[in-house]
Design a protein around this ligand. Structure first.
Ligand SMILES: NC(=O)c1ccc[n+]([C@@H]2O[C@H](COP(=O)([O-])OP(=O)(O)OC[C@H]3O[C@@H](n4cnc5c(N)ncnc54)[C@H](OP(=O)(O)O)[C@@H]3O)[C@@H](O)[C@H]2O)c1
Length: 328
């Protein structure tokens, strides 16, 4: 019998339940997948706690990213065949990833090159594709540009910092502990700010001769938003990547003018991989960097699927570094 994590109400990690599930045969456009490794992403906590509202009438699966082997294909599926090694990430279209076996639409599946293992794939399809568009689509980076990268020792953080160094950028990372600071430095951060006790904007000004950085990647949200705006150079770009500390309060856009005619975007991966050709290009660059060893995917937490409650607790209490996965 297949197993899955499901939830029937929004709330804390304790709402997650480990259950037997019937998988059945794939319908038109669907695939049945035997999953080998599943990604644990911060976005999963947003589905669980209601930040991303979804209908929960009959409960819902959890998780949006995994890697595995195609077991059966439904009518009309042409992009993959039985036996293919694949990975995927998405949003509502891939919800239900915390499972040993599942049905899934074929469209989000990406074939894995031989150089990429299942665990690496599950650890980086969401975080790596996100890093790929943040580095290659959001801003026209030139060597010597500078970035401020919040949560630099996290899953997205460790990939972005390595990629940024490949582009010749100066990387200022923030972390909450000295240990995380060492990890961030080892993965490319030129400077590390401990935002538990340092004033981020003031330190960024000191480190950039008063000018500020070209781009801020802010995945923390509520607690860092203002300091991020104050760290940007004139006409710099504020990228609201996520809200690990809570949603950003409403503000008047005139503030962007007052702080230097700043630009602001709140991007979602789904809009950068909606076009199949663009998705293939972003995935191709990621697989190339990882397959050749230029970017290392650090899987620092491995969990069993039945330990999903603990996994969510660890992620939300800032105990994790790098990527976290469930191994089936
Ligand atoms: N927009 C997109 O397309 C997209 C796609 C993927 C992910 N994301 C976002 O990217 C971010 C990173 O995702 P991830 O899965 O790699 O997670 P992660 O960075 O590994 O974990 C979140 C980190 O946020 C930091 N943090 C700061 N304040 C926090 C708080 N109050 N509570 C919990 N954590 C806090 C912690 O690092 P410190 O202890 O060092 O502060 C924590 O380790 C998330 O915000 C996620 O939503 C966005």
């Amino acid at each position: 019998m297949a197993k899955a994590i499901r939830f029937y109400e929004t709330g804390g990690p304790e709402v997650l339940r480990y259950e037997d599930v019937e998988v059945g045969d794939p319908g038109p456009g669907q695939v049945r997948l035997r999953q080998v490794a599943v990604g644990l992403n911060y976005a999963d906590t947003y589905f669980r706690n209601g930040t991303y509202p979804i209908p929960l009438g009959n409960g819902s699966g959890m998780g949006v990213e995994a890697a595995g082997v195609v077991q059966a294909v439904g009518e009309g599926v042409t992009n993959v065949q039985v036996g293919d090694r694949v990975t995927y990430t998405g949003f509502l279209n891939t919800l239900g990833a915390y499972s040993t076996e599942r049905l899934i639409p074929a469209a989000p599946l990406i074939k894995l090159p031989e150089t990429i293992g299942f665990e690496t794939a599950a650890a980086m399809t969401m975080r790596g594709l996100t890093s790929s568009y943040l580095m290659r689509r959001i801003y026209d980076f030139k060597p010597g540009d500078s970035i401020l990268l919040h949560a630099a020792a996290g899953g997205v953080g460790l990939i972005v910092s390595q990629w940024a160094k490949l582009l010749g950028l100066t990387v200022i990372g923030t972390v909450s502990t000295e240990t995380k600071g060492e990890i961030a430095r080892a993965h490319g951060c030129d400077h590390v700010i401990n935002y538990s006790h340092e004033d981020v904007a003031q330190r960024v000004r000191e480190l950039t001769d008063g000018v500020g950085v070209n781009v801020v990647f802010d995945s923390v949200g509520k607690n860092t938003f203002m300091g991020s705006l104050d760290s940007l150079k004139r006409r710099g770009l504020m990228v609201c990547v996520g809200t690990a500390s809570g949603p950003i309060p409403a503000f008047d856009p005139v503030m962007l003018a007052m702080k230097g005619s700043l630009f602001l975007t709140r991007p979602a991966l789904a809009d950068y991989i909606a076009d199949p050709a663009e998705k293939a290009a972003l995935a191709g660059e990621l697989f190339d960097h990882v397959g050749s060893g230029r970017i290392k995917i650090e899987i620092n937490q491995h969990y069993a699927l039945q330990d999903a409650v603990q996994a969510h607790r660890d992620l939300e209490s800032r105990k994790t570094t790098g990527s976290s996965i469930f191994v089936i």
